[in-house]
Design a binder for this molecule. Sequence first.
Ligand code: DGY
Length: 325
Amino acid sequence: MKKQVVLYKKLSPLLMARLHEQVDVTLIENLDAEGLGKLRDALPRAHGLLGASLKLDAELLDLAPDLQAIASVSVGVDNYDIDYLTERRILLSNTPDVLTETTADTGFALILATARRVVELANLVRAGQWNRNIGPAHFGSDVHGKTLGIIGMGRIGEALAQRGHFGFGMPVIYHSQSPKPAVEQRFNAHYRSLPELLQQADFVCLTLPLTAATQGLIGVEQFAQMRPETIFINISRGKVVDEAALIGALRTGRIRAAGLDVFDREPLNQDSPLLQLNNVVATPHIGSATHETREAMARCAVDNLLAALAGERPANLVNVGAWKG
Ligand code: DGY
């Protein structure tokens, strides 16, 4: 008998066809109240789950006694209780690598947009307020040659360093759990303590995962260590930052600007003070959101899921403790 898979993300016809060949599929198109009801109804029969952007907590997963595998269409796995999954021997997989370059592109888009005030000045043109040559009040700051500070030198951090070093001639400094000699050699990068990085970087870029250790890592104290010229970029997770402290730092000129793709709560509330600040560029969590990359991520998740349901170790297994070995 075919295994039962619940998709809570729509896939391309090609990937749907691949899944249909091997498993029975229940598709939940929207994660609204109705969709969540359908998900609850489908969980008791599910052997596999595939999707993204849904907190799958124990309360929900207890409804799925036969669950064997979850394939997350994301690199971040902060939506899952990994200890709980491991205890139940449910294999969790993610989609690293395929989104690295695209997410680094997003980081660089935010660096350029904030430094050169692209959104603010494009809006000025659109509003019919470009009446004369612009002067210093509308000047931005250079990106090339400025110091790029990366917190969390994983795959995406490295791809950002590559762009900064080779593309924009930026000195690269970084902070991570431990120094990375190979990265230092490739990008002439220098390891710094967190306070040193916050003091020295012109661009402070977060590329680290959300974990118990990184939640709230950047707060009042850390913003106080930055300089008035600092531009803050977050392409990791909103909860790594104390958002109230960030808003305070932007309002008071403690830092110059912020480019944010992720927020404490998503979607970002229309009433957020961040949206009243001209020195903020806010994007709707688009780190990996290109046609090519989202398809590659979905393909990777399908491969992971089908392998797991066939009793094979998925290529991108997150909770290795759940693997029978
Ligand atoms: C990821 O893959 O983790 C992206 O941030 C989308 O959630």
